[in-house]
Design a binder for this molecule. Structure first.
Ligand code: CA
Length: 625
């Protein structure tokens, strides 16, 4: 007994010293699981833990080959390249790491792929609804805050703190969204943002309620319902035949991200001697007269001081990000990706990432966020028809030039280059894009002043812009609340345009998810969008039909959407006076039609030779033979 005790004391004291210095451990493996039967048989596991990079690894599982183990600067990381043969059965494999006589084993799941459709894509037949889960509806008050998280607060009175919205809240309101005519949902990122409140300048505070500050790629934020909640949410959306778009952030992470605290390598980030912000000037990439220094500043400069900028030229990091995109698509049966801050990413990396997703899921839609004011500049960041030496393979992009043009078209008086000519001229430059139908159009979003405020709370203009969005080319996206006339400017903070949807939270005075909770004007707006969105949903000529637009004259703007089955005429009078539109110049499209149905007012027109259009009005006319 004495002998045994003495031995035990000696043994434990030795191992304690060893543990402090070199005892290896495997704390986590990313991706957190993988699947058998993927088109790409390769996957690279990032193994993390104390001195995980010192271990010698083996994997013994039928069909799985450990092709290579790579070590990096930081001994706490190892990267294991696996090849998974097509015949491999799903199951749990053992990742075994050895150092001397120590053996560390970690179980790793190779799952069977689920039968749910994945990567089905969104198309111009869809209407995408963009919402911020924290601010839409709270369906579960037990997940509003967690004392264990870096930001343990939830307070609806604070614009910067969590308000409690979650997946359950969205599920509770899917009827509302479907009634409106919505077919796809785009949520601002749902990945864990477990971080402290950040100070951005003297006025603005920043926190991750919006989701763009990732702290762990492989966790869905528990305040939205966590990973299991997101799986259930995706199922609920798909069961209704709706689609799910996830918001990707490849450019940066939060400075509270777990791997920022122990980076695999110095070049995991774009480093500068002192904090250096991005120039945000995308011209540096496509301008044939640009300087290397300007390109470096755009791509390598940080978005803010608290968002470390990822260096996607590091091949391990590039794989990490690409595999996370594949993992998410597979795990949650995603239909499409919106890609945040697209223009700030290494563009060769983006092509690799897009290619990997398109190879695994050929129908998936990918659209980037590259704020650019002109079609030529934007076309650099999407598959295009212009002779840039660099060729992007991104299928679609958010169409900022058309968004700005629509707003100008409503704000400005008619002129040679002004007013509705801005819309006409912007669409006239569509030749720069390989497929303009894959562009995602909008009136506003979570980073912009709200649409109604921009157009001076003018309800006539509101209806005109809505009509253009829902009848012109592309995939329309809609920002939550614009249908119930939510308004505001971003000043003093973005939170002003991200207010809670009234009725989504316990104690709300009105419930604007219901007709009885909306006032007369709000119901008029909701019904206007509903009529047009549902008409659009059931009218293929408005999804995939051709577009023909006529040169605007005297404040009028006329265009047609048409296919073999149907022709729709959209005629706008942007002036303050009623006018009678002489249609002689539209014969090319009107020939053979003798009347029309006014889709919005549900009236018949029996004479198409002259069409009366009231002041500041747009007509949507389905032509009849
Ligand atoms: Ca909640």
């Amino acid at each position: 007994m004495k002998f045994l005790l003495a031995f035990f004391v000696v043994f434990t004291s030795v191992t304690t010293v060893y543990a402090q210095k070199t005892e290896p451990a495997i704390q986590r493996i990313d991706p957190t699981n993988w699947w058998v039967g993927m088109k790409n048989p390769n996957v690279q596991l990032m193994v993390y833990g104390n001195n995980a990079g010192m271990l010698n690894y083996t994997i013994n599982y039928p069909g799985v080959k450990l092709a290579k183990t790579s070590k990096v600067e930081n001994p706490n990381y190892a990267f294991l390249d696996l090849i998974i043969a097509p015949s491999t059965k799903p199951g749990t494999l053992k990742v075994v790491g050895k150092l001397g006589n120590q053996i560390i084993t970690r179980l790793y799941q190779l799952k069977a792929r689920t039968k749910e459709a994945k990567g089905t894509g969104v198309t111009s037949a869809d209407l995408i609804y963009l919402l911020m889960p924290d601010r839409f509806a709270n369906g579960d008050t037990t997940n509003d805050k967690f004392a264990t998280m870096a930001d343990p607060l939830a307070d609806r009175k604070s614009p910067y703190l969590r308000h409690g919205g979650d997946f359950k809240g969205i599920i509770n309101n899917l009827d509302y969204l479907q009634e409106l005519g919505v077919t796809a949902l785009w949520l601002t990122p749902v990945i864990e943002n477990d971080e402290l409140l950040k100070q951005e300048g003297p006025q603005r505070m920043q926190a991750g309620y919006h989701g763009y500050h990732f702290t762990d790629h492989y966790k869905v934020d528990p305040r939205f319902g966590g990973t299991e909640g997101y799986i259930q949410f995706a199922k609920a959306v798909h069961q209704r035949g709706m689609k799910l778009v996830q918001d990707a952030v490849y450019n940066h992470i939060s400075d509270d991200h777990w791997f920022y605290k122990d980076l695999p390598a110095k070049d995991w980030l774009n480093n500068w001697p002192a904090y250096t912000g991005s120039s945000h000037k995308e011209q540096a990439l496509y301008d044939e007269y640009s300087a290397d220094a300007d390109r470096k500043l755009l791509l390598g400069g940080w978005f803010t001081s608290f968002l470390p900028d990822l260096n996607q030229r590091n091949s391990f990091l590039a794989k990490y990000l690409i595999q996370h995109a594949i993992w998410s698509t597979e795990m949650f049966s995603l239909d499409a990706w919106r890609i945040d801050t697209y223009k700030y990413n290494d563009q060769a990396f983006m092509n690799d990432c897009n290619k990997a997703l398109l190879t695994e899921y050929p129908s998936i839609h990918l659209f980037g966020e590259s704020t650019a004011s002109r079609p030529l500049g934007l076309s650099y960041f999407v598959k295009n028809n212009v002779g840039f030496p660099f060729k992007s393979n991104l299928p679609g992009t958010l169409d900022f030039p058309l968004n700005y043009a629509i707003l100008d078209g409503l704000k400005q008086n008619f002129g040679w280059d002004d007013g509705v000519n801005r819309v006409y001229q912007t669409l006239a430059e569509d030749a720069v894009y390989a497929d303009p139908m894959k562009m995602v159009t909008s009136l506003d979003n979570h980073d912009m002043d709200r649409y109604l405020s921009v157009i001076g709370n003018d309800f006539d203009k509101y209806k005109i812009g809505v009509t253009w969005l829902l009848t012109t080319r592309g995939i329309p996206s809609w920002y939550y609340g614009t249908e119930i006339l939510m308004k505001n400017f971003r000043d003093p903070s973005d939170a002003e345009v991200r207010q809670d949807f009234p009725g989504g939270f316990a104690g709300d005075k009105d419930n604007k998810f219901t007709a009885s909770g909306r006032n007369k004007k709000e119901n008029e707006a909701f019904n206007y969008v509903k009529v047009l969105a549902n008409y659009r949903k059931n009218t293929p000529a408005l999804h995939s039909g051709k577009l023909m637009q006529y040169v605007p004259q005297n404040g009028t703007y006329v265009y047609f959407r048409y296919n073999a089955a149907k022709t729709i005429m959209i005629a706008t009078n942007t002036t303050d006076k009623e006018l009678s539109l002489n249609t002689a110049r539209y014969t090319e499209r009107l020939k053979g039609f003798i009347g029309a149905r006014d889709v919005i007012n549900n009236k018949r027109l029996s004479d198409l030779s002259a069409i009366a259009i009231p002041a500041k009005t747009v007509l949507v006319l389905e032509l009849m033979k």
